[in-house]
Design a binder for this molecule. Sequence first.
Ligand SMILES: [Zn+2]
Length: 686
Amino acid sequence: MQAVEVMRNPLCDTGRASRLPDFAAIRPKHVLPALEQLLEAYRRGVEEQIATSSEPDWSIVEREVDWADALARAWSPVSHLKAVADNAALRKVYNQGLELLTRHENWRQHHKGIYRAYRALRDSAGFAGLSGAQQRIIELELRDFHLEGVDLSDDDQKTYRELVMRLSELGSKFAENLLDATHAWTEHLVDEESLRGLPKADRKLLAAIAKSHGKDGWMIDLGEPAYKAIMTHADDRALRREVYTAYVTRASDQGPTAGQWDNGPLILEMLDLRYRLAHLLGFDNWVEYSLSRRMVESPHEVLSFLQELVEKATPAARKQFADLEDFARAHGAEMPLEAWDIAYWSERFRQAELQLSDEELKPYFPLDNMLDALRHLSSCLFGVHLVYDDTVAAWHPDVRFFWLEDTDGSRFAGIFMDLFSRKGKRGGAWMDVCLSRRKLNGEMQPPVAYLTCNFAPPAGKQPSLLTHHDVQTLFHEYGHCLHHLLTEIDWPQVNGISNVEWDAVELPSQLLENWCWEDPVLSTYARHYKTGKQMPGDLKSRLLRSHRFQKALTLIRQLEYALCDLRLHLEYDPAKPLDPTALLHRIRSELEVVHVPEWNRFLNSFSHIFGGGYSAGYYSYLWAEELAADAWGRFRQEGVLSPEVGQALRKEILAVGSSRPAIDSFKAFRGRSPEAEPLLESYGLR
Ligand SMILES: [Zn+2]
């Protein structure tokens, strides 16, 4: 019995192309044996291949796809589970597995034999006979080999590997600290008076949190929904300040858990290691190194892009903030407005100007209706049908699985949707790859994606009701999923989102958000969850007006983050000490829009650039927004439900992945280079 169990490792089950991860069977004990076996097969395979082939041969690429995909199939469910169903046992093997993988990645990227095999392939007579996607794979591999330091001396290569390994550990530790700090703080309330201002639904949410901790009354935790509820609605200014303090000081040297999970030293060490890594490879700084894989060409190009937006947006943002202050003053606010007052008074200002609140809108956005809207759009624009399959088991009962079917009924892709906030699940929203499209044993392995959000779960009989912002988040992540799922390239290196320039990868996701502001989403699908009635015309027009309301302030916040990320990595120099938080405060005070307290430690929870892959790349949200606004212009001109434009988007952008440069795909879709006007227009700055 024992032997059979040991042999059957669900993470090594790579035989059938259509097999989804067997989440019910995966245990922490499977992780390391699976990885060790697959890594060994990869290493042995490479050495044999290199030793036996004397001529440049495409089969090295094919074999590598086999080995790498088997690894990805084993690791993807593990890293996904770590994000959505974290526990101590899993975390331990995850960290050990990550170390194995990072070491493997370093070995592979510094393998001179593989490098020479790819170089020989590019220089061979056969290269011209390869498809565009195949040629692109080789070119990208050679670029990466170069960037990963394959030309370095042995000593420098060793340093390189140590730096990468340590950076990976630090990134993981950063995220863990943040999760622990987030879970460490709660506030139990027994007096309903403290909840004054909170809508019913939010009170229910807080009651549900209390219940999940075995308590009566209400409880505030630092998950997005509870945090937002308090910041937006709680009349009690002291309570807002308390929750704000706990939230913006998570994993830092400040606030209620000061020093316990401080990410501050990790940030400094990461900046230093990144700087050293860039220098080792001959770049002046981490930004230059990062941009070598992007669509934009130089730090100067990004800085002037951001500066231009700052110039256009700052006067409008100051005016908008002054309007907010005037309103708050006139309505009895204690002045000056502090950071914990902004969301609260913004909501009141919005209500007064637009008489529009999330609470009024939420009943019209039950989650299931919005999923139906996504299905409708998918079929209208791309001829793709989403079919729910309740036989697919996942990691939690709330998770739903859908197949994507083409017009001929063939199932060619799948998507796991895990949409509710819960304990042990990382905050925020994201998509991730479960399986990549590729040929496997004569079958086509379907691309499969994870779509993860943290929406408020159903409460009692009430279904999950989304804010309009939640709806945009859902559409955004679905856009990423489509990029992965509608690929028509059979090579995982250049299909879906893989290898798409980071500053272009948000194009499909940001483009998809536009439909949240259009019919039929707002007419046919936005219906009251109790009565089934459409939104009243007046409510709809107020919602539409809200699209640009105080939007320059939002833009400024994005610009602050983007500038801070860029300047941190541009200005860091070990000879000149740098205080990251002070730099952020300086940028904010230069813009002179919103005052943020000195003890705010936003950077300590800035996962994008310290726990994820967006360092020196936060600007790419805005950059991609420019691309998306411009692409949307074509839908506006030719019809937002135009199947022709939808099919063009599918064919020229979604289907091709990174099999060609993003700029070429954009031009193929739009018929010209991107222009900035539509972006400024979308912010009401034109
Ligand atoms: Zn995104």
